[in-house]
Design a protein around this ligand. Structure first.
Ligand SMILES: Cc1ncc(COP(=O)(O)O)c(C=O)c1O
Length: 374
C-alpha cells in the first residue's frame, strides 16, 4: 500500500519536490510515518502547525463549522471573517485586514495595495529573501534559480544585502511603492539582521514615501515569542503579511494594513479567501496560541542552550545553525533517530517546531540533534 502511493506519485504528480517520507498521522509535536515510526516534529509543516498537529480545539472548530457552512462567497458577509479581522487588528495594532489563501497571495495583495495607493510601480527587497512563488511574489523573491526562469515577472524589484541600510537608502526613491522585508529571514536559514535594522528601514520608507511591508509569513503568529517579530523592534509597518501559522495548517493568508491603507470596492478579491472554515480555524488557532505564547521565549532559550556547542541563533522557536554541506546528512540522521529537522538554504539547519512542544520533547530533540552534529 505504502509503496503504491509512491508509485502513483511518480507516475501522476509533477516532480517539483524531492521527497522520500510519507507522514500519515500527527498529534501535538509528534508525527508518524506510513511505517508506524514516530518522530518529534521540529519542522511543523514549515512553521505552520504551531498549535501542534490536530489540536482538539482546532479540530473541533473545523468540524463544527463544516457542519454549518463550508463556503458561501465574498458576495455575502462571511461567518467568522470580520471576527478574525478584528482579532488580527487587535494583535497587530494595525487597522484593517484582507484575506488570501497563502503567504504568496498575501504578498501579491500587499504589492497591489502598495501600487494602487502610492501610484508607484517599483519594489525593493533583500538578497536571500523569500516572499513566495506566484508571479507577483516571485518578483520580490531573491533567489535567481527560482526567479529567473520565470522572468519577465510582474514588478521591477531591486535587491540589496540584508541588513545593509546604506545600500537600501541608495535604491529606495520616490518611485518605490514598497520595501519588502522579513524581520528574520526564514528560507535563507534563520538569518537575524543587525540591531536597529527595521528602525532603519522604517526611516528610509518615511523619507521617500515608500511603504514598509513586513513579511511575517514565517515569523508571525507567535513563532518568535511575540505575536509578530516586528513587535520586538518598536517599529510600526505600513502593511504586514501573514500565513503559515495562522490556521494550524488550514490554508489562509492575510495582509493587515495601517489606517488609511485599504482596497476599495473591486480592487481585489478571491473566491476562497477568508472563507468560513478557514476563518473559524484561524480563530481557534489564535485562541490556542494566546495560551502558549507566554512560554515560547523560554522554550526557545531551552532549545538553544541545549545546542549551545553548535552556535545556534534564533528568536523564540525559530532557530538556525550553520552546518554546511553535511546538512542533508544531519537531517537524515536526525530522522533515523526520531526527530524531523529541515535544511534551509546554504547549509543552515532550521528548527521551527510546534509552539506546544514540551520541555521533555525539546530535551529529546536536543540530544538527537547534538549526536547527529557530532
Ligand atoms: C517569509 C515567507 N513569505 C512568503 C512565503 C510564501 O508562503 P506560501 O508558501 O504560503 O505561499 C514563505 C514560505 O515559505 C515565507 O517563508
Amino acid at each position: 500500500m505504502a509503496e503504491d502511493s509512491r508509485v502513483l506519485d511518480a507516475r501522476y504528480y509533477m516532480p517539483a519536490f524531492g521527497r522520500t517520507m510519507k507522514i500519515v498521522r500527527g498529534a501535538g509535536s509528534r508525527v508518524w510515518d506510513d511505517q508506524g515510526k514516530e518522530y518529534i516534529d521540529c519542522v511543523a509543516g514549515i512553521a505552520v502547525c504551531s498549535t501542534g498537529h490536530c489540536h482538539p480545539l482546532v479540530v473541533e472548530a473545523i468540524c463544527g463549522q463544516a457542519k454549518d457552512l463550508i463556503h458561501c462567497s465574498n458576495l455575502y458577509y462571511v461567518p467568522n471573517q470580520a471576527e478574525l479581522a478584528e482579532k488580527l487588528v487587535g494583535i497587530t495594532g494595525l487597522a484593517k485586514a484582507f484575506f488570501s489563501n497563502s503567504g504568496a497571495e498575501a504578498n501579491d495583495g500587499a504589492m497591489k495595495l502598495a501600487r494602487v495607493r502610492t501610484g508607484r510601480k517599483n519594489f525593493v527587497a533583500f538578497a536571500h529573501g523569500f516572499h513566495g512563488r506566484t508571479c507577483g511574489s516571485l518578483a520580490v523573491t531573491h533567489k535567481p534559480a527560482i526567479r529567473e526562469p520565470f522572468e519577465p515577472l510582474s514588478a521591477p524589484c531591486a535587491f540589496v544585502d540584508y541588513g545593509d541600510l546604506d545600500a537600501l537608502a541608495e535604491v529606495v526613491d520616490n518611485d518605490t511603492a514598497g520595501v519588502f522585508v522579513e524581520p528574520i529571514q526564514g528560507e535563507a536559514g534563520v538569518i537575524i539582521p543587525p540591531d536597529g535594522f527595521l528602525q532603519g528601514v522604517r526611516e528610509i520608507c518615511d523619507d521617500t514615501g515608500a511603504l514598509m511591508i513586513v513579511d511575517e509569513v514565517q515569523t508571525g503568529m507567535g513563532r518568535t515569542g511575540k505575536w509578530f517579530a516586528f513587535q520586538h523592534s518598536g517599529v510600526i509597518p505600513d502593511i504586514i503579511t501573514i500565513a503559515k501559522g495562522l490556521a494550524s495548517g488550514f490554508p489562509i493568508g492575510a495582509l493587515v494594513a495601517r489606517e488609511g491603507l485599504e482596497f476599495t470596492k473591486g480592487e481585489h478579491g478571491s473566491t476562497f479567501a477568508g472563507g468560513p472554515l478557514a476563518c473559524a480555524t484561524a480563530l481557534a488557532t489564535i485562541g490556542v496560541v494566546e495560551e502558549i505564547l507566554p512560554d515560547v521565549t523560554r522554550k526557545g532559550e531551552r532549545f538553544m542552550k541545549g545546542l549551545a556547542t553548535h552556535n545556534p541563533r534564533g528568536r523564540g522557536l525559530m532557530i538556525g545553525m550553520s552546518v554546511g554541506d553535511r546538512c542533508p546528512e544531519v537531517q537524515q540522521t536526525c530522522a533515523e533517530n526520531g526527530v524531523l529537522v529541515n535544511c534551509a538554504a546554504d547549509g543552515n539547519l532550521r528548527l521551527i517546531p510546534p509552539l506546544v512542544i514540551t520541555d521533555e520533547e525539546i530535551d529529546t530533540a536536543v540530544g538527537v540533534i547534538n549526536a547527529a552534529l557530532g
